[in-house]
Design a protein around this ligand. Sequence first.
Ligand code: TYM
Length: 332
Amino acid sequence: TPRVFSGIKPSGGLQLGNYLGAIKRFVGMQGEMETVYCVVDLHAITVWQDPAELASATREVAAGYLAAGLDPTKSILFNQSQVSAHAELGWIFNCVARVGWMNRMTQFKDKAGANAEKVSLGLYAYPSLMAADILLYHATHVPVGEDQKQHVELTRDIAAKFNHDYKQDFFPITEPVTEGPATRIMNLRDGTKKMSKSGESDMERINMTDKAEVIAKKFKKAKTDPEPLPETVEGLAGRPEARNLVDIYAALNDTTPEAVIAEYAGAGWGRFKPALADLAVAKLSPIADEMARLMDDPAEIDRVLADGSARAREIANPILQKTYDIVGLLRS
Ligand code: TYM
């Protein structure tokens, strides 16, 4: 049976890329398939997190999912550390995955940079924990942004090696789902870098908790080239900032870049940017307001997470037990 799994790290707040590339698409898959969504707190601590901030960021990511329309009666929403099977299967996959595979992970190379000797061992092993997240639910579909595609491909390799080594057909070969205009939202000050929560300047990104005036200001100040919008989408080639703003508009408005260009062909930035700012405020402000309301009453968020964790364990624990049996770990 098809099942969707995906996760978001609570390392700092949510930014527009997380919303358009992940949460909005997750919510869209509800009801079509069984959907399991996670706040991956064990992934967050691969780099240092202040304990009080980690707890608050975990609630904030949960609030973001709920405010964007995740319905806890249709989806399972939980935080990873509360389902201990993730860490347990992660260990087994550490013994399946090869060091050479990890060495090829571009995100690790980017994050570790010249400092690879000093980063945590967890940061290096992270993709095998991510494989455990996915395979613990026998998930068949994993919606992610472009930057996570390589990790989902590694998940397929781990599943295939496990199945081969133990002569089983146990773990499914998962599909990454990366489609639509928003799978790689770029930085507003440099269209060649992706938008992220850790970029140096706050003007580079839209935070999901930004106030309406701040959102409007960031779009109005976003970097562009001097040319007007082209007559066709092909005309966006080689214009990363223009392409990004058109993609953001399309994703926010549930349409395609082609449709946006059809409407704004030849328009100058003086016309397009205010329209984009208005659209963004209209779509994002209600979410920010609802997030603030939820954060005011953490008890409600905590209840949703506790209920989700219990439901997640019901799926995950039998799969972990079966894995133990396959591997020959004696259950006494
Ligand atoms: P994370 O927390 O960095 O990002 C969460 C999701 O947001 C997407 N995303 C973006 N999409 C488009 N444009 C952007 N600029 C942008 N920035 C972030 C990411 O692609 C991701 O889908 N390792 C994962 C979390 C994870 C996971 C999993 C995902 C752990 N276990 C299992 C799927 C399945 C991560 O660090 O995502």
